[in-house]
Write a protein that binds this ligand. Structure first.
Ligand code: ZN
Length: 374
């Protein structure tokens, strides 16, 4: 099996970079017409900036409002709009679902895709994957596309203005990256891009975890202060921590998961989605608990488990079933979660040892007990 590393062609992050969209597209040789698929808050925040940035660069954009779900119906509707426009480039702007929809449309029409995330809650913007849901919001498939985005444009002023819960959830998604990469390296599992991990991907995944430990609490404090003061009064140290965490949540975590692989943390996340009680929990919040349970499943050193527990507590990520909305869970539901986590083809089987539902159930119980303890 060959080692494979996949990445976006260009990643640009910083305060105010949304205004450089036109210049960045010109630099990359991307063509118009441009269809921008955007959620309502992205349009409010960035609509005027896009007109100013794309118009002078010769790309008159058409903004298409996102319907709210990355479903086959939505993908077909946006693809029709893009065909009607003879679009050459698709821009996905907003949260993960808007970007996933835009990516699926671009893949279907063989067009270039630009990701413009407005929150840092997951590592999806850099990837070549769309998670497709039914119109009712149930996961139907993970669709793999041939190419990563041509451009990922991360305006950290926009991210800074978002609610802090999204940044924390992004840290939960990023928390899993190193531990899942390490599991895949040990087992020799194949990642989603069709190869085994390079040393580059493993180094980025490890840097992701180091960055969370070094800067997580300072970045969260910076965002909290910015939300209270309308973005004013941030010193350079706080801004630096915030920028590094946005990079960890988006780029390091994205490259790490896609080119090193996923394991039990995301498998247990997928298991948790069968429990209605935690539907209000964000992806990264469930992944954080999944990471904690993965380490219990692996019987990781007590010091490492304690370190992950301390990190989760320091930024407010869930470490118990109750914090996920599953307090007082009955044995039957726990069994269902564990069974879903080990279904055929699930990433839980990327662990370097055979994993059964009973083992996952035990790991979740142990994580919950450790999380409740001192
Ligand atoms: Zn994830």
């Amino acid at each position: 099996m060959a080692e494979v590393f996949a990445a976006p062609s260009r990643y640009v992050q910083g305060p105010g970079v949304a205004a450089t969209l036109g210049d960045e597209m010109t630099r990359l040789g991307l063509e118009g017409p441009v269809l921008i698929l955007a959620g309502a808050s992205a349009v409010r925040r960035l609509g005027a900036i896009w007109e100013q940035s794309l118009g002078p660069a010769g790309f008159a954009p058409t903004i298409h409002p996102f319907g709210g779900e990355c479903s086959r119906r939505e993908i077909a509707a946006v693809a029709d709009a893009a065909r009607g426009l003879a679009a050459r480039t698709i821009v996905g702007a907003g949260g993960g679902k808007a970007i996933d929809t835009a990516r699926a449309v671009a893949a279907e029409l063989d067009l270039d895709i630009v990701s413009l995330p407005t929150i840092a809650s997951t590592d999806a913007p850099t990837s070549a994957i769309s998670v497709i849901y039914s119109d009712e919001g149930v996961v139907e498939e993970s669709r793999l596309h041939p190419r990563n985005p041509a451009l990922v444009l991360v305006d950290t002023d926009v991210i800074l203005a978002a609610p802090e819960r999204y940044l924390v959830a992004g840290m939960g998604d990023a928390l899993s990256t190193w531990f899942e990469a390490r599991a895949c390296a040990r087992s020799g599992a194949t990642h989603s891009r069709g190869g085994t991990p390079t040393r580059a991907a493993l180094a980025l995944a490890e840097l992701c975890w180091k960055t969370l430990r070094a800067d997580g609490t300072a970045a969260l404090a910076a965002q909290r202060a910015a939300n209270q003061t309308g973005g004013r009064a941030m010193d350079a140290g706080a801004r630096g921590a915030f920028e590094r965490i946005v990079e960890a949540n988006t780029l390091l975590s994205g490259l790490g998961f896609e080119s090193a692989g996923l394991a039990a943390a995301h498998g247990i996340h997928n298991g948790l989605t069968v429990a209605p009680g935690c539907h209000a929990a964000l992806h990264g919040e469930k992944v954080a608990f999944g990471t904690f349970a993965q380490l219990c499943l692996e019987d990781a050193p007590a010091g490492e488990i304690a370190e992950v527990l301390a990190f989760c507590r320091s930024v407010g990520l869930p470490v118990t079933l109750r914090q996920l909305g599953l307090g007082g869970i009955d044995g039957g539901l726990l069994q269902q979660i564990a069974t879903r986590a080990v279904q055929t083809g699930e990433v839980t089987h990327n662990e370097p040892f055979p994993v059964t539902a009973a083992m996952v159930e035990g790991a979740i119980r142990r994580a919950d007990a450790v999380g409740q303890g001192g």
